[in-house]
Design a protein around this ligand. Sequence first.
Ligand code: B12
Ligand code: SF4
Length: 454
Amino acid sequence: MLLINPGYSSTYGLRRWFSSFTPPLGLGYLTSALRNCGHRVIISDLEAQQDFDVRRFLRENNVQVVGITGTTATADKLLKIAALCKQEPGTKVLCGGPHASVRYADLLGTHLVDYVVLGEGDVTLSDLVNRLNHDEDPRTTPGIAYLNDNAAIKSEPRVLVQNLDELPFPASDLYGLRRYRPGFNRMLPMPVAPMITGRGCPFQCSYCATKVTFGTKVRLRSTTNVIAEIRHLKTRFGIRGIIFWDDVFTIDQDRANELCALIQKEQIAWVCNTRADLVSSALLRRMREAGCRLVFYGAESFNQATLNRLGRHLLVEHVFRAVIATRKAGMLASVSIIIGLPWENQADIEANLRTLIKLAPDYATVNIFAPHPGTPLFEECARRDSVIANVEGWLDNKAYWSEPTGHPVANVYLSRRQLQSLKRRGLLRFYLRPLQLFWQAKRLVLRSGIMSRW
Ligand code: B12
Ligand code: SF4
């Protein structure tokens, strides 16, 4: 079987040079599950192998089943790849991921996709492929969607994996880990590997699509299982840095503490994402001692009314406190904000950018809001169709305009061009502050020193 990750460079534009370029962890997990059932799997990450010829590969290797992952930003590319696969007679195309799990009817309606795996795919994909290989009816597989008389039908739901420790480690041998690199702001020694120590998030921020794949109940791997994967990555691939892609690494602060004590013994550098209200000064110091280099916080807005409207359950003070404590603990703090939310006007956005500059974290990311299927804010934008250009239309459009090469404008007051200009000006003001320039230069000089420490 062939598993494909469509490349995202063209969606991303220039920003790809700054973002983290890491292997598709989801496909790594799916591969391991398939291998456990005796299937031979190849991963092709089209971001890393841009000249990969899908049709030729299918022909030369007699591959009959292809699985394609994707986000909303890469949905158009997913369909282009599916079309190529369908040119090879008899090929079955399966899809999954956060976009397909919600927009399964659109994808099936193109007749380029045979089955969509809904949500978490580790068990469902192997189950589906086993049925396909044994000529059993694939439509009875729980957790999928398929077309029946031109109507998209969902099979019975698949129960989420309860004990994540039962999952095999992602098949990192297939990625070619050394081709990847963390973003410029993640001070990690190479080679770097991605990991995830838990799935699901109990918060329900109205713009976030995490629950689509992993639900709202947190499931955490045991700390010993996490350490076993770190050791495997170190010994088998010589990994020196880890990017923890967990949505909220410190969701359980006691467990985060315990994990830090164990990671410290592994002498590895790492970075993580978390919520500003789920760290304390003591935990941050512990993280630093354990090798953490940078903590990424999604602040999203410094306007409390907007935070409330986004359902963040977070206070602006939390972000200020967390950033200060992170730096005091000796780590870098990276903060992201969203601009162009449907109700924000220019003054709101400028105030948000000013506060970001005043807070002065080490790194800042400014995302222009794009509504994602399966989120309450997407539904809200779709309902306000008459005010904001047709949201459904953006997704039907072959080129889903992902920020920053283009993006669906879901703002009542400002055009895409105006939002991009506000973003550009804000980032320039942030990064060209004399103090910021000084720190960046110092970091560059120190970088080799920092790298050699672990
Ligand atoms: C790492 C990450 C990135 C990395 C990607 C690196 C990489 N190559 O993976 C970077 C930083 C580049 C990135 C960029 C973006 N990201 Co991102 N990212 C994530 C993050 C935090 C983790 C992804 C991950 O590894 N998960 C762990 C694996 C195990 O899960 P998984 O990939 O979903 O796979 C499972 C299932 O989905 C399913 N499955 C997935 N694919 C397939 C395929 C088949 C055939 C089958 C059967 C099943 C299946 O089975 C897998 C195992 O259970 C997620 C949040 C999250 N919790 O997942 C957001 C997330 C995927 N990103 C998101 C977004 C919005 C973006 C950006 C648009 C942000 C921006 N403004 O630029 C860009 C788009 C770039 C792109 N590639 O499309 C959204 C996607 C929503 C949507 N509907 O598209 C998410 C869900 C965040 C969120 N909270 O809403 N991202
Ligand atoms: S934005 Fe973060 S905290 Fe909010 S629901 Fe998504 S993952 Fe959870």
